[in-house]
Ligand binder design. Structure first.
Ligand code: MSP
Length: 562
């Protein structure tokens, strides 16, 4: 394929501009991040498109010059939720995360630590891998850019681009920020020559370099963006990138001389690849682009990248440019999330306010940490982290609403029915049925748009309804009345069934608690073997014999309660 030829586009993204009604029949308007219930036509556009039931989700690969912080945990957690959600939907999922181990930043950190770069990366990578374990991250693969399979892929892509005449050798002069690994063009800097991102001094560099002819892709990329209004999400970011491209694209320097900690340029080993050129290609290494045609052709068409807003441009301009140049279709979607501030402040080492995920998990558990990050802030917007906010959020939602409803149910079942109950003969109930239908519709819609907070809001409507139902029906009163025993059975069964549905919905978010609850509910099949939406129907607990009820989320006492 050559630049300008857009035939891959139609193949990759079959026309799906068909207007469709919202699943719950509404016609809400005014799509905003806070209110994502958009007009029907856009609903379809925002759906994740599966290729043969395959879904490929990635996180950025993290620099290993330092240990993980909440920002790393955030993206990885979001990707995990999507992976678990689509697996529950019966899709074949490939979830890739990993580490970015080359470049000047690593060399510098290694020097400061008195280690070789290899020693440093081997040490720090473990901190990431262990964190994913204790956070219950279910990635299928972990890629390190120092691995042979990746190095081969980088070189293959370069070869591919060279063959198509999209690479040339020239001289690069620019201002470089070592900590950010970014070159800044003169016109984006003021006289202080500091990095517009991190504020640190830039170094002026002039050297031989290979260039990728990104400027040739201005028009194809604009066409691609116009045809894919949900390529970059949220919408505000899409507009931002679109106007960046409209401002004109420059060719991109893709190699360095004098830095041997990187992937060597084939045929010219005095050059190593620029760390961003190297890093982006990890997404292709993860589907064995070079060796396994089948894995690539199954998963690549439905690849979705989750990234932080600071690295969106690399992912939505340079990366699709490189791919289109190499004749590979661009990703299906790049979603940029916001940044966490810490108690209102920018997180930084010098301020000493970096949130250590290990510590949070140690104190509050992985589920609470995961839940807080996903529920507190609309995915895509910035958010503020504080321990108080975490405690309040988890107490209100997980303890007082969800945990309380489930715990009361199991306790009552034990007390009034010795832990056993069977499906009532007459069970259908229009109110419960329409509530569930609406919750499913809005939940799935939100999950397709990665609107995690809104998806959870929907789920909690069921827990609220359960709690209200307990209060209204007062099973403790029914238990005392001989002619109300059938009604008591129905109430308890409804509540159990509601607990089962809640467990399915929350499993992607709080997998550990969901697993425990599943056992307490006495469900025979493993939670992972259930399917949504098929199992999201009333009446799927047949005979019931639960384990002893344990509180799932005991309230956390904060300073005011003590
Ligand atoms: N190595 C590159 C990514 C290459 S992907 C081909 C990189 N690594 S990083 O370790 O510096 O950052 C990884 C991610 O952490 C980015 O998506 C960034 O947005 C995110 N975060 C860093 N600080 C953050 C917050 N304070 N809040 C939320 N996310 C933040 O960039």
């Amino acid at each position: 394929m050559i630049a300008g030829d857009m035939s891959w586009l139609e193949k990759a993204h079959p026309i799906y501009y068909t207007a469709r009604k919202a699943p719950w029949g509404g016609d809400p308007s005014g799509p905003t991040l806070e209110n994502p219930w958009m007009p029907a036509i856009q609903i379809h556009l925002a759906e994740v498109i599966m290729n043969e039931g395959c879904f490929y989700i990635t996180t950025p690969i993290y620099y290993v010059n330092d240990v993980p912080h909440i920002g790393h945990a955030y993206t990885t957690c979001a990707a995990d939720i999507l992976a678990r959600y689509f697996r529950l939907r019966g899709q074949r999922v490939l979830f890739l995360t990993g580490t970015d181990e080359h470049g000047q930043k690593i060399v510098k950190a290694a020097r400061e630590a008195g280690l070789t770069p290899q020693e440093l990366v081997d040490r720090v990578v473990v901190r990431f891998q262990e964190l994913w374990k204790i956070m219950d991250i279910s990635h299928d693969d972990f890629i390190r850019t120092t691995e042979e399979r990746h190095i081969r892929t980088v070189q293959a892509l370069f070869h591919n681009l060279s063959e198509r005449g999209l690479v040339y050798k020239g001289e690069y002069e620019g201002w470089y920020c070592v900590p950010c690994e970014t070159f800044w063009p003169e016109n984006q800097l003021d006289e202080r020559k500091v990095c517009p991102d991190c504020g640190r001094s830039l170094e002026k560099l002039k050297e031989d370099s290979y260039f990728f002819a990104l400027s040739k892709f201005e028009k194809p990329l604009l066409e691609f963006f116009s045809s894919q209004p949900d390529f970059v999400m949220p919408e505000s970011r899409y507009n931002e990138i679109m106007s960046f491209i409209q401002g004109g694209l420059k060719d991109q320097s893709i190699s360095r001389v004098g830095l041997n900690w990187g992937v060597p340029v084939p045929g010219d080993p005095s050059h190593t690849f620029y760390v961003w050129f190297d890093a982006l290609i990890n997404y292709l290494s993860g589907v064995d682009y070079v060796d396994r045609e089948e894995k690539f052709s199954d998963f690549w068409p439905s690849v979705v990248h989750l990234v932080g807003k600071d690295i969106l441009r690399f992912h939505s301009v340079l990366w699709p440019g490189m791919l289109v140049g190499a004749g590979i279709q661009p990703p299906q979607r790049v979603f940029a999330h916001g940044w966490w501030t810490i108690e209102g402040d920018k997180m930084s080492k010098s301020k000493g306010n970096v949130v250590d995920p290990y510590q949070v998990i140690d104190t509050y558990g992985a589920d609470r940490f995961r839940y807080f990050m996903m529920r507190e802030v609309t995915f895509g917007l910035d958010g503020d982290y504080s321990e108080r906010a975490l405690i309040e959020r988890c107490n209100a939602d997980l303890s007082d609403n969800f945990g309380n409803m489930v715990h009361r149910t199991l306790k009552m079942l034990d007390k009034y029915r010795g832990g056993k109950i069977s499906r009532p003969v007459s069970y259908s109930d229009g109110e419960w049925e329409s509530l569930l239908e609406e919750v499913i519709g809005k939940f799935e819609f939100s999950m397709n748009r990665f609107a995690f907070a809104q998806a959870l809001e929907q789920v909690w409507r069921l827990a609220h309804a359960g709690n209200r139902y307990i209060d209204k029906k007062a099973p403790w009163k029914l238990a005392k009345l001989p002619d109300k025993q059938e009604e008591l059975d129905t109430v308890l069964y409804r509540l159990l069934d509601c607990s089962r549905l809640l467990t399915l919905f929350v499993f992607p978010f709080i997998p550990r608690a969901a697993g425990k609850l599943w056992e307490m509910l006495g469900m025979e099949k493993l939670l992972e073997e259930h399917r949504i939406p098929e199992d999201l129907v009333w009446g799927k607990i047949q005979m019931f014999k639960p384990r002893e009820a344990q509180p799932l989320f005991p309230r956390i006492l904060d300073d005011e309660d003590r």
